[in-house]
Design a protein around this ligand. Sequence first.
Ligand code: XMP
Length: 319
Amino acid sequence: DWKMNSFVETAIYSLRKKIGSGRVLCALSGGVDSSVAAVLLSKAVGKQLTCVFVDHGLLRKNEGDEVEAVFGTKGAYELNFVRVNARQRYYEKLKGITEPEEKRKIIGAEFIRVFEEEAKKIGAVDFLVQGTIYPDVIESGLGKSAVIKSHHNVGGLPDVVDFKEIIEPLRMLFKDEVRKAGLELGIPEHLVFRQPFPGPGLGIRIVGEVTEEKVRIVQEADYIYREEIIRAGLDKELGQYFAALTNMRSVGVMGDFRTYDYAVALRAVNTSDFMTAEAAQIPWEVLGKVTSRIVNEVKGVNRVLYDCTGKPPGTIEFE
Ligand code: XMP
């Protein structure tokens, strides 16, 4: 694609010119936008770039290791990669918290605090990278109407990091263009075509209080669900799909024993813009396979439900 090719080349050229010998800091989430931004910067200025990846313990199964495999010392890029294990800190902060917006605030605020601590260790930098893309620019320009859910991104970082200038290398690109640039830059496809994952992560896919045990349950259930969706060849046609953990336990039977365990809810939606969505019609055999694997393989679950609700009146996430 000559156009993308020239975007990447031009971007690298102008980033080099702008940054000179300056130091650059980037918050890496493992999402498409921040990954493409990070790789672009890495190609432009190599080790002048430090990427900080905060593992808040609310990521999908293996996700932290996957991000490290791409960006860490064993990966293909020249940059400084810092992985912060902040899991226990987050679980501590979330203890006893059940209200969705309060969880979002705590997770967002803790992110800023963890990042601030890391930034202090790194010292003054010249540039802070943000993975802002064109739709984000328009959205903030128009001002959001009603805030249904406060979306946590990396909004507060500029306040706690000591830097001179923000760099937003993707601010003229739409999502599909970001993906093309990612492929052009050689970023693995599983990362480039990754489905959207909310900043607060599994924190808002666990209804009610978040505990380490519930995180394990939802991670394992979600992993099985994704594996079977991919095996059935459905992953490319779904807008977003995941397992959530309801806050309901119910009675079941396993062998000769009564169980009293959690219900996992499966969600899959088709959507063009995530503002409205419809529940996807997943073939019954696939749901059946996922269900039997989850109840057999995930300790603490004895029931699996499928969410048939569209948006509106539901939202895509459970909280
Ligand atoms: P809802 O649940 O509002 O989700 O229908 C619409 C899209 O936004 C994502 N989402 C979030 N993303 N922080 C994020 O970064 C959040 O707090 C958040 N809440 C929802 C959701 O995954 C879906 O793609």
